[in-house]
Design a protein around this ligand. Structure first.
Ligand SMILES: Cc1cc2nc3c(=O)[nH]c(=O)nc-3n(C[C@H](O)[C@H](O)[C@H](O)COP(=O)(O)OP(=O)(O)OC[C@H]3O[C@@H](n4cnc5c(N)ncnc54)[C@H](O)[C@@H]3O)c2cc1C
Length: 410
């Protein structure tokens, strides 16, 4: 007998769906097909090789794309406690770090991938790779899947878990969108990199601070100055521009804003914990002390020197000699510094894809397509992208679980 359920993509969401479909056991054989030669490459590189499996506090506010109520509905079906329990049952204990991120106690992503692969095997899932699905067609109430090399496979139900376009060398090259479209789905007009480093002009002074990481707050503003998004966290200066959690988290909002508004800007506050009035008072009360020594109490000296240069002041001059315009310029460089972002590093460096198949096109109780019965979608192919910190995997586990238990029930 051919498989009753074919899962396209054996990444995080696909393995989760296949395991739960097979465990349910009502639907006959389950096959998971993956185009990649190496299975689970993205899981292996995730979280710096440690796999940040989830976050201790996940809710819909950490996500963008489809509507929050829709995302919440899926997340609630398989919450963080269930993720922890699921992995514990597979023999993978998770530990929570100070940031709220959960990692395997082993600190090795391999532990997570091996446990998922073992669990799929134990549940009876046939994982076949490399088996790149070129097309999925409807035929007499079932589906025919074709591979690039001309192989053919029939299935009663199909789960599309092919991911988005981020890190295409791992196998997630965006072909899933074409598969979904052929079955009647739409894809958001914008599909773009999320959690992606941002570039600055090569001669921007921050590029010379490569390796420096400080807590900061970033804001995206329209050309007219209206705030669109704000993110706080570590900001890392690199030779090409900006990275680190704050830059990665804000990137999708800046890129999205610039589709409509070329003049949308990114602004950094290097002293997010300080009120502007307090900074102004501290600068006015410097007396014979220098702004440089004051600022070095809060910021690394390399950054202080750069920010003084950006403001056009000599940081080693006594503070009482600062003019009002100089104080204003320094305060601006410290708390409201525009960053002339030239672009982003693209899908090759993006941790997630923003955009995809809208959740409005799937039944959220089952993740079954509303336009093509018997066809299910889960994971990053959906128009859902989360912040850094384990949120994207939590979406993959939750949506994969919902798709799996539903497709596995006859
Ligand atoms: C460098 C990096 C680090 C990350 N770190 C973290 C982290 O620590 N925590 C976190 O929460 N998130 C992290 N993410 C994001 C997270 O990895 C993804 O959101 C998640 O893996 C998405 O799961 P998925 O199963 O939907 O898609 P994917 O993991 O992309 O898997 C899709 C699978 O489908 C296969 N496929 C694609 N097209 C086809 C086709 N036509 N036929 C057959 N197979 C196909 C691919 O080969 C792939 O194996 C990271 C991402 C990157 C790139």
């Amino acid at each position: 007998m051919g498989p009753r359920v074919a899962v396209v993509g054996a990444g995080a969401a696909g393995l989760m769906a296949a395991i739960h479909a097979a465990r349910r056991g009502e639907c006959g054989p389950v096959v998971a097909l993956d185009g990649a030669r190496t299975l689970g490459a993205k899981i292996l590189v995730s979280g710096g090789g440690r796999c940040n499996v989830t976050h201790h506090a996940v809710d819909e506010t950490a996500f963008a794309g489809s509507t929050r109520p829709a995302i919440r509905k899926v997340l609630r079906r398989f919450d963080v406690a269930r993720t922890v329990e699921f992995f514990a049952d597979l023999g993978v204990a998770l530990k929570r770090e100070e940031t709220g991120k959960l990692f395997p106690v082993s600190d090795r992503a391999r532990t997570v991938l091996d446990a998922l692969a073992r669990s799929a095997r134990d549940a009876g899932v046939a994982v076949r790779h490399p088996w790149r699905v070129e097309a999925v067609e409807r035929r007499d109430g079932a589906f025919v899947l074709r591979s690039a090399s001309g192989e053919r496979l029939e299935a009663d139900r199909v789960v599309l878990a092919s991911g988005g376009c981020s890190l295409p060398k791992t196998g997630s090259d965006g072909h899933g969108y074409a598969i979904a479209r052929r079955l009647g789905h739409s894809v958001t007009p914008r599909v773009f990199p999320g959690l992606v480093p941002l570039t600055l002009p090569r001669d921007h002074p921050l590029c010379a601070l490569s390796g420096l990481s400080v807590p900061a707050r970033l804001e995206v503003r329209t050309a007219s100055g209206r705030r669109l998004a704000r993110m706080a966290g570590s900001l890392l200066c690199t030779h090409f521009g900006l990275s680190g959690p704050a830059a990665l988290d804000i990137s999708r909002y800046l890129i999205d804003a610039r589709f409509d508004d070329r003049g949308a800007t990114l602004v950094v506050n290097w002293l997010p914990a300080m009120a502007p009035d307090a900074l102004d008072a501290a600068l006015r009360e410097l007396g014979r002390r220098t702004p440089g020594t004051l600022l070095e109490r809060w910021l690394p000296d390399r950054l202080v020197r750069t920010l003084c240069a950006v403001a056009g002041i000599d940081g080693s001059r006594p503070g009482h000699r600062l003019t009002r315009p100089e104080r204003v310029a320094l305060a601006r460089a410290l708390m409201d510094m525009p960053l002339p972002v030239t672009g982003d590093r693209g899908f090759g460096y993006a941790e997630v894809t923003a955009g995809g198949v809208p959740l409005s096109e799937v039944r959220l109780e089952t993740m079954e397509s509303r336009v093509s019965p018997g066809f299910y979608l889960c994971g990053e192919i959906c128009d859902v992208d989360g912040r850094i910190g384990g949120f994207n995997f939590q979406w993959a586990w939750a949506s994969g679980y919902v798709a799996g238990v539903s497709v596995g029930a006859c």
